[in-house]
Design a protein around this ligand. Structure first.
Ligand code: SF4
Ligand code: SF4
Length: 347
């Protein structure tokens, strides 16, 4: 890792240069909520000034640039004596500007599952390897609990990571691509004053986390509270809409659909993101549903986030962004659910 500083004006020029050459995605206000506050999303931008790097949070994560809602896995052409399959993994180089530390940590969790397991996902890997990531620090939104899950700081999984230290950014340079890109613009050696301002800013960010979720021993607590009424209390409110999983940076459940053109000459196999909260998630051939109740499905979502994933990777799947809590039309959020479990368990 190398450390430099860059003035805000030089960074702006750098990003505008990148935008001219590559697809560039950044946080942009795309709508207003009911209270008149801007709603931010990661969308393609054509100028630096379209982005707001001071955004509090985006409604959805940037996961969809790596795991699209709908993705073509392969196409088929049927011939007289057989059939041909076509599979394409191509991904054009692109840049995402402005990811927060917890969102980069979310990508690292997806990497564990989709890049490092026995059966890596080539569609994900191509997109991940062709995406240049510029992260940026920011103080936490009020309901974000990323610090409770150690997801507020990130040390890898990005090309560059910036911290605003006043008139310039403190830069962590983490890839040869980033090193080469920065040759096109003026950067400076770190001074003693820069270090002091960086440490003070990091402290301020650390102290900005107001929402705390106690996850100590949570996997064991979940084991003990498997039959708890807490699941019924929250599960009975659940509308099984799946919004929580769609906005989540780490949910990767999917379904696969195969369809054949009425001419019987072509076919396509597509993968679609899905949610374990949706009513037919655990339905199998013959119509039997292993999780017919909303409360059971909600419970298993929490078990995957905070128990199953810990067993496989020694860390929870959740990064504490609380996007699921904000998106839920029924007011279900991890802060309250985990709090209730702790109360139930007397811990
Ligand atoms: S807080 Fe919710 S949306 Fe964010 S990572 Fe955890 S489960 Fe996913
Ligand atoms: S967003 Fe809320 S209501 Fe919808 S599936 Fe998730 S927990 Fe249930």
């Amino acid at each position: 890792m190398l450390f430099r500083t860059i003035t805000k004006e030089h960074f702006r020029k750098l990003v505008n240069g990148i935008i001219n050459e590559n697809q560039t995605i950044g946080p942009k206000a795309v709508d207003m909520d009911a209270k008149g506050n801007p709603v931010y999303q990661f969308v393609e931008v054509s100028d630096f000034d379209e982005m707001n790097l001071e955004y509090p949070t985006t409604y959805s994560s940037a996961k969809h640039y790596f795991l699209p809602f709908k993705e073509n896995l392969s196409t088929f052409e049927f011939e007289k004596k057989g059939w041909k399959q076509k599979i394409t993994y191509n991904a054009e180089p692109r840049v995402i500007v402005g990811l927060r530390a917890f969102d980069i940590n979310g990508l690292l969790k997806l990497d564990n599952v989709l890049m490092k397991e026995k059966f890596p996902n080539p569609y994900y890997i191509t997109k991940r390897k062709n995406t240049f990531i510029i992260g940026i620090d920011h103080e936490a939104p009020d309901d974000c609990f990323a610090r409770s899950l150690n997801a507020d700081v990130v040390l890898h999984g990005f090309d560059m990571f910036m911290t605003d230290i006043g008139d310039k950014y403190f830069l962590l340079i983490n890839s040869s691509n980033a090193f080469n890109v920065l040759k096109n613009v003026t950067t400076e050696e770190i001074t003693r004053k820069d270090e002091e301002r960086y440490i003070a800013k990091k402290k301020k960010i650390e102290n900005s986390y107001k929402t705390v979720v106690d996850v100590t021993g949570l996997p064991s607590l979940l084991d003990i509270e498997f039959e708890s009424d807490v699941w019924k209390k929250w599960g009975d409110k659940c509308l099984s809409c799946g919004s929580c999983a769609m906005v989540c940076p780490t949910c990767y459940c999917y379904t696969v659909n195969e369809s054949i053109d009425p001419s019987l000459k072509f076919g396509v196999k597509e993968r679609m993101l899905y949610s374990c909260n949706i009513v037919d998630f655990a339905e199998v051939a013959g119509g039997h549903n292993f999780r017919p109740k909303a409360s059971t499905r909600l419970k298993y979502r929490y078990y995957h986030q905070h128990r199953g994933f810990v067993e496989s990777y020694d860390e929870p799947k959740c990064v504490g962004c609380n996007r699921c809590g904000r998106a839920c039309p029924a007011g279900i959020n991890p802060v309250d659910v985990i709090h209730d479990l702790r109360m139930e368990g007397g811990r």
